[in-house]
Each structure stands twice: as C-alpha cells, then as structure tokens.
Design a protein around this ligand. Structure first.
Ligand code: PXL
Length: 276
C-alpha cells in the first residue's frame, strides 16, 4: 500500500485540511500519515476560532521518522501558516525526497483575488520558493497571481493561463496546474503544464454556481490519492474534479447541509467505484 504524508492543520470542525484529507486518502486505499501544523477549533471562516501552533513539534516528528527510516510515496502540503513552517517543509522535502516519490503542493492562501486572513504578499513569495521543489503544484488564479507577483485578473483567455503556467514552471515545479480556470460562461476546470514535455493539458466541466469552503482540500486530497492508485496526473486531476463536483451537488440537494463545508462523505462510494 502506498503511503502519503500530508502536512496541514487540523481544523477540528469545518471539513477542511486534515479532516478531509485523512478520510478521503484512507477511503481510496492509500495510507495517510499526518503532520499537523496547528490545531484550530474551526477553520478561519468562523469568528473567534482558537489556534494552537504546532510548529515546534514538526521538526521533532520528522527527526523521529528519519531515525525510524520511514519513507513516503508522496508528500502533500496544504494550508501552511508561517514562514517557519515553509522552512521546515523545505527541509522535510529535502530529507524525504527519493527519485520515485511525489512532492505535491497545494499553496492554500486565497481565492477570488484575495488572500485569506493572516496571509501576506511576502508569504506568497516565500510559498513560491517552496513550490520550486515540487513535482506538482495546484494553485488557483489568486494564489498563482500572488506567487508570481502579477496583478490578479478576473477575465483572461487560454493564452494568458498558458503564460501563467510557464511562469510558475520557471519557479522549478515540474508540473504546474491552475485550478478553477473559467474561459467561458458556465464552465470551469483546470489547465496544466508539464515542463519536461513542454505540454499543456486541460479539462473543463460544468460550473456549479456556488462556492463552498474546503473544496480545494477535497480536490487535492483526491488527486494525490488517485496518483498513488496509479493514475497519471491528468486522469487523477479529472477524477478529483468530478468527485468535487459530486460533493457540491450532494450538498446543494440537502436543505439541511452545513454552510461551512461540503458533503464529501456520501460521494465516497462512487469515487471508490470509479477507481476500479
Ligand atoms: O481549506 C483551506 C483551509 C485550511 N485550513 C484552515 C483554513 C482554510 C481556509 O480558509 O482556514 C485553517
């Protein structure tokens, strides 16, 4: 069984970060090891959340694993909250990188042209540095703009996204993918670029006109899970995009659904069937 290490926070309630990564990765038949970066009572879209920083534990955890000769088939980072955490992750990537494993970074920092509470443009530039070591990065347009220090654009065409992808590739990441790209009304998807092959790839599907918290984490967890189940990057991203849409549809059907996250749980059986 393949083993993924995922490094992100525990938002105890809120259906994001580790509370979605763990169940999704496990359900996909892949072992999930975790390095929690912080414990929050909820995600940061709630008011008055508690926050306990675990940065000082991260290095100790990694050292113990090194001592035990533990290896990972993938290392997947999500929400990281400080420059120290970026530095520690860089060290972990260097220590645990092998010729065969995959470093996957979801540079969670913002959406719709704005950074989430607590993030700064300087942090985005430091995140861009970390992304340089990755095999796969999956920013949205907001995160890409902040990492590249270019203006955020509401409207763009495919040629512009290709330009952004190539600039992201110049940071050093082998595969760059921009998620949530919208080139025509009613459709959304991703466009990616593989620098070794100098090839672009893309997938578009219906845009469900709502925005829910945690969908990016669901998408990334599912993509890494599918990669570990042997799917190529394009297929893994498609599986994740379709699964995320299923989660949103299920949530919208339920008049009692919580506002703070989507129903990813009841879409799991169909996801497993798709994996074959
Ligand atoms: O879903 C990304 C995420 C993860 N963790 C925390 C967050 C967010 C987004 O706001 O607040 C704590």
């Amino acid at each position: 069984m393949k083993r993924i290490l995922t490094i992100q926070d525990i938002s105890c309630l809120g259906k994001c970060s580790l509370t979605v990564a763990l169940p999704i990765i496990s359900a996909m038949g892949v072992e999930a090891a975790v390095m929690p970066t912080a414990v929050l009572s909820t995600h940061t879209q709630f008011k008055d959340f508690t926050f306990r920083d675990l940065t000082s534990d991260m290095q100790l955890i990694a050292e113990h694993w090194k001592h035990e000769n533990i290896g990972f088939d993938a290392i997947y980072t999500g929400y990281l909250g400080s420059f120290d955490q970026l530095n520690i992750c860089e060290g972990i990537f260097k220590d645990f990188k092998t010729p065969d494993n995959t470093i996957f970074i979801d540079p969670v920092m913002g959406d719709n042209g704005k950074l989430y509470t607590g993030f700064t443009p300087e942090f985005a530039k430091a995140m861009a540095g970390l992304c340089g070591i990755a095999d796969v990065i999956v920013p949205n347009m907001t995160e890409a703009a902040y990492m590249l220090d270019i203006p955020y654009r509401e409207k763009y065409d495919k040629a512009y996204v290709h330009e952004v992808l190539k600039k992201l590739a110049e940071l050093g990441a082998k595969n760059t993918v921009v998620t949530g790209t919208e080139l025509e009304e009613g459709m959304t998807g991703f466009i990616g670029y593989n620098s070794a092959g100098d090839e672009f790839f893309e997938y578009f599907h219906e845009k469900i006109p709502v925005s829910f918290h945690g969908t990016g984490d669901i998408y990334s967890s599912c993509t890494v899970g599918a990669l570990m189940r042997g799917f190529g990057l394009l297929e893994a991203l498609k599986i994740a995009a379709d699964y995320t849409c299923d989660c949103i549809r299920l949530t919208m059907k339920d008049s009692k659904a919580s506002w703070y996250g989507v129903n990813f749980e009841e879409a799991i059986p169909a996801l497993i069937r798709r994996l074959g």
